[in-house]
Design a protein around this ligand. Structure first.
Ligand code: ADP
Ligand code: TMP
Ligand code: MG
Ligand code: ZN
Length: 189
């Protein structure tokens, strides 16, 4: 019996900063590009670290992206996309999970990337909800800034305020393993 699969797939790429989430998302973009399949890339408007209208990896790879102040506004831009990308999902409203469900029903693939945990070890709820719905979750690691092991699963904030929403890069955050995270926190006290 032949069956047609009308639904798309939700892929969620998570991990600490510098773990290669945006790089992995851009690798997926290339797959659709090579296959001549239409796609759109969205980012939260708050993420102004690089250009306002692009997503960029720490190693300098970039693509144009549409900034949104609410996830539901993505629907207004959509035409005949086969894939819809969202980077930095931790900064999106939690409604993004419902938007992703709707897009999947429409047959679109949704590829999301974002932090699973804040520097305070708190899960980011938008990311968590997407992980729960996903067809596939890819959890990435970074090289620990302190011990050099490939075990970095959390970001540590070096400076600045205590806010868990605070855009920045190497001047503010490093990625560390859990042992080094605890050590750094002890020293901080
Ligand atoms: P993310 O979106 O998860 O922050 P990116 O895809 O933007 O990650 O960047 C990944 C790149 O960051 C790596 O290819 C590497 O060049 C660089 N990098 C810098 N610091 C680290 C680290 N501690 N561990 C791994 N990669 C790092
Ligand atoms: P990245 O994962 O692509 O490196 O980007 C993560 C962004 O999130 C970066 O702008 C810093 C920010 N951030 C927070 O706002 N809160 C946090 O707790 C952490 C770890 C990062
Ligand atoms: Mg990134
Ligand atoms: Zn370590």
């Amino acid at each position: 019996m032949s069956r047609s699969y009308a639904t798309g797939q939700i892929t969620v790429i998570v991990g600490p900063m510098y773990s290669g989430k945006t790089t992995e998302l851009l690798t997926y973009v290339e797959i659709y590009k090579l296959g001549n399949k239409p796609y759109s890339i969205f980012k939260p408007v708050i993420d102004n670290r690089y250009g306002e209208k692009e997503i960029r990896s720490h190693s300098g790879m970039c693509e144009k992206a549409i900034p949104l102040d609410h996830s539901r506004k993505a629907l207004e831009y959509l035409k005949d996309e086969k894939a819809v990308f969202f980077d930095e999902v931790q900064f999106f409203d939690e409604e993004l999970s419902n938007v992703a469900k709707e897009l999947r029903k429409l047959g679109k693939d949704i590829i999301c990337a974002g932090l699973d945990m804040s520097f305070k070890e708190n899960p980011f709820m938008t990311t968590v909800k997407l992980m729960g719905l996903a067809d596939k979750v890819i959890k990435k690691k970074a090289v620990c800034h302190e011990c050099g092991e490939y075990k970095g699963i959390i970001s540590y904030k070096l400076s600045g305020n205590e806010s868990e929403i605070d855009v920045g890069g190497m001047e503010k955050y490093v990625a560390v393993c859990m042992d080094c995270y605890e050590e750094l926190k002890k020293k901080q006290r």
